[in-house]
Write a protein that binds this ligand. Structure first.
Ligand SMILES: C[S@@+](CC[C@H](N)C(=O)[O-])C[C@H]1O[C@@H](n2cnc3c(N)ncnc32)[C@H](O)[C@@H]1O
Length: 542
């Protein structure tokens, strides 16, 4: 799309890791083999260029029945997401392995499935203009095929004839010959215009700017509204909304962390990763199969968003005011080892980093998680850290304040949230969330924060973290805690982030801090830092 809008991408094509530019060439005979031929950029060969679109003269029923394996993988992912409520990022690697896709085809399948999922709302609106019945009356498998076809035609650099023929072949293979005529007819109509032309038609009669942005950037309108509110709540101009929505549509580069004292970045850098410029021990992956790096297999080099690294490090580094501690620089200072607590640790990304930092600082970490299978993931994540340093507890974090009153020097509450700050990583999640999630999560977030404060020792610090910038999950939770409790004070989270960052982040506002995909290229992580006051007064409410 000319201005980079729309479900297909961020206008930042050609970034490292963008699958459309995947190098290599497979040289499979077009039409004769099981799939299309892709060029050295991973794009299917375009015989027709941008000229008049040329489609096969054969009736859909006469064309190939064999589905291109990459498209089959994309279809399986869409089906699993819409039929089974699966997570695309979990299903995708399994399906890629099952179909033994090579690297280029895997990149194509990923771009196709993730792009179709991100753009679903907009593609459905375009498809609705071209189908003679409500989309809800279509076989859901046919609707998924149509979404895949629409994404190829409108946002990928797939030549129209290949998009159409291959999608019809996919329909014949996975749904049956009957619906292939409908898919053929609908996609021909879709291919008659560009994405910008369809958007112009969809938005022409739409007076509301939010609704227009929702269509143009493929987000539900309530999320557009929520993100605009979020920008305002964290002191950023609301005009940045389109940059933010655009950033949600870009495929994120995988961020890496080498666990301090345990892992080394060299392996990743030798494999083409770039050193991260926001926080130490981090790198931006150059793509490829990270699982073949020994450090990744042993768990000392991990995929972790740089925003998550920053907030975890900020809590680990914030100064404590412990009673009885001698000044840090006093000779022979004899301090009790610090005790750290991660209240919501699963699946263990921050716990692994905190565990490594705790080991370096002579501290211990209790990592708590309510879901047993996720607690198991926390154990796995912590495995490379000496086991004298950490313990995993499986249980409700809301009980920790009662069980361990005033016990921990550093407490992290990475609260369950809507994840509105990580939409770029979870392509389907924007269509699954609803405003009611905010109402449901609010009481749990407050109760977990209360438990964290209760479990903190006087002079200790509590970091409240969400991967959502929504004020209902961030600033309002913080304001409520400050109103409700007299045993905490708010610390400057922006300064705490800057203290662990390699350059000033400018993330602070009114004492809390908010990172952004369109500003920092991180997930939109929120951090509030509290100090537990020495003369603790019990909370006014429970
Ligand atoms: C945002 S995730 C935490 C991510 C984690 N800190 C990391 O960096 O990998 C929130 C976690 O809280 C867990 N959770 C939800 N309710 C909980 C509760 N009442 N007590 C403890 N953990 C809870 C969820 O199962 C989920 O694993």
């Amino acid at each position: 799309m000319s201005d980079g809008r729309g479900p297909g991408g961020s206008g930042r094509r050609g970034e490292p890791g963008r699958p459309e530019r995947e190098p290599g060439g497979r040289g499979r005979p077009e039409g004769g083999g099981p799939g299309p031929r892709r060029d050295t950029h991973g794009r299917e060969r375009n015989r027709g260029g941008r000229g008049p679109r040329q489609f096969s003269g054969q009736a859909p029923s006469q064309r190939s029945r064999a589905a291109d394996p990459a498209r089959l993988v994309a279809f399986e992912v869409l089906r699993a997401v819409s039929r089974d409520d699966a997570y695309a990022n979990l299903v995708m690697p399994q399906s890629i392995r099952r179909h033994r896709l090579d690297r280029r085809d895997a990149a194509f399948a990923t771009e196709l499935a993730y792009g179709a999922l991100r753009g679903q709302g907009t593609y459905d609106a375009i498809l609705a203009l071209n189908v003679d019945r409500p989309l809800s009356q279509l076989d859901p498998a046919v609707l998924d095929v149509l979404r895949l076809g629409a994404h190829q035609l409108l946002a990928m650099r797939v030549p129209p004839h290949a998009a159409l023929n291959q999608t019809v072949a996919l329909t014949r293979a996975v749904v049956g010959a009957g619906p292939s005529s409908l898919v053929n007819a609908v996609l021909r109509r879709v291919s008659a215009r560009t994405a910008d032309e369809w958007l112009a038609e969809l938005t022409a009669a739409q007076p509301d700017a939010t609704e227009r942005d929702a269509l143009a950037y493929a987000h539900p309108s309530w999320i557009v509204r929520a993100l605009r509110q979020s920008l305002a709540a964290h002191g950023r101009p609301v005009e940045e909304i389109t940059e933010l929505l655009d950033a949600d549509n870009a495929a994120p580069v995988v961020n890496l962390v080498a666990l301090p004292g345990l892992g080394r970045l060299e392996e990743a850098l030798d494999a083409g990763a770039q050193p991260g410029d926001l926080v130490e021990d981090s790198a931006l992956s150059g793509g490829g199969d990270l699982g073949r790096l020994p450090a990744v297999r042993e768990g000392t080099l991990r995929a972790q968003d740089v925003g998550s690294q920053l907030v975890a490090r900020a809590v680990a580094a914030a100064p404590l005011h412990r009673a009885g501690d001698v000044p840090a620089d006093a000779a022979g200072a004899d301090r009790r080892p610090e005790r750290w607590l991660d209240v919501c640790a699963g699946p263990g990304g921050k716990a692994a980093l905190l565990g490594a930092l705790a080991a370096e600082q002579g501290a211990t970490l209790l990592a708590n998680e309510v879901a047993p299978h996720r607690a198991e993931l926390v154990r796995k994540a912590l495995a490379p850290v000496p086991d004298s340093v950490w313990e995993v507890r499986t249980g409700d974090g809301r009980d920790l304040g009662r069980e361990y009153p005033g016990r921990f020097d550093r407490v992290v509450v990475d609260a369950p949230c809507t994840g509105l700050g990580a939409l770029r990583r979870r392509p389907e999640s924007r269509w699954r969330r609803s405003p009611s999630d905010l109402a449901e999560l609010g009481p749990l977030q407050r109760a977990l924060l209360d438990a964290a404060i209760d479990a903190a020792a006087p002079g200790g610090v509590v970091g409240y973290i969400t991967c959502s910038p929504h004020p209902a999950e961030t600033t309002v939770v913080v304001a409520d805690a400050l109103k409700r409790r007299h045993d905490i004070e708010l610390l400057d989270a922006g300064a705490a982030l800057d203290a662990v960052a390699l350059r000033p982040l400018g993330a602070g506002h009114d004492g809390t801090a908010q990172l952004w995909p369109h500003v920092h290229s991180t997930d939109a992580m929120f951090l509030a830092l509290f100090r537990k006051l020495p003369a603790a007064t019990p909370s006014k409410e429970t």
